[in-house]
Design a protein. Structure first.
Length: 182
């Protein structure tokens, strides 16, 4: 795993310490998540991906963030309860922290530096946000909730997918399967 990415200190939502090095050898899908977003139903698809591929060395890592439209206002306890009750989330969740702007957490600074551009319907999503009177971020910043970073078994960022890319999107599933095959 790329040392800089692997050794960044992380906090689980329960307060315990973690880092990507503890997940070394697995394919990781790092996703910034939110409970009150139009994309929140993606939790269901993320959980399905996790269940489908976890025995092959795949993990979804959820990072709650309140950066976009204050769509993750809850406490850590409220987030865990929401995810469990509404979507049966069993993949790891981490402490709420910024994923964009000057105060973004070091992991997201490293991810966006490693893969500054996203694939998928980013332009369309950006225009939709403008239609709602919002000012979307520009690359390399995270565009919105549910943007996805794929990290290969080697610890390198293998892909980055726009927020509107559903968890069952063939391009995302194909990328995950390609990384699992390595």
């Amino acid at each position: 795993m790329a040392t800089d990415l692997a050794e960044i200190p992380l906090n689980r939502i329960d307060g315990s310490a973690d880092k990507l090095a503890n997940h070394a050898g697995n394919v990781l899908l790092v996703v910034n998540v939110a409970s009150k977003c139009g994309l929140t139903p993606q939790y269901e698809g993320l959980e399905a991906l996790y269940k489908q591929y976890r025995d092959k060395g795949f993990e979804v890592l959820g990072f709650p963030a309140n950066d976009f439209g204050a769509q993750e206002p809850g406490t850590h306890e409220e987030i865990v309860e929401f995810c469990s009750v509404n979507y049966g989330v069993s993949f790891p969740l981490f402490g709420k922290a910024d994923v964009t702007g000057a105060g973004k957490q070091p992991l997201y600074a490293a991810l966006t530096a490693a893969k500054p551009e996203k694939q998928g319907p980013a332009a369309e999503f950006r225009e939709r946000l403008k239609g709602y009177g919002m000012t979307p971020t520009e690359d390399p910043e995270v565009l919105w909730n549910f943007e996805k970073f794929l990290i290969g078994r080697d610890g390198e960022v293998a892909g980055r997918f726009a927020p509107g890319t559903e968890p069952n999107d063939p391009a995302l599933v194909s990328a995950i399967e390609a990384e699992l095959a390595k």
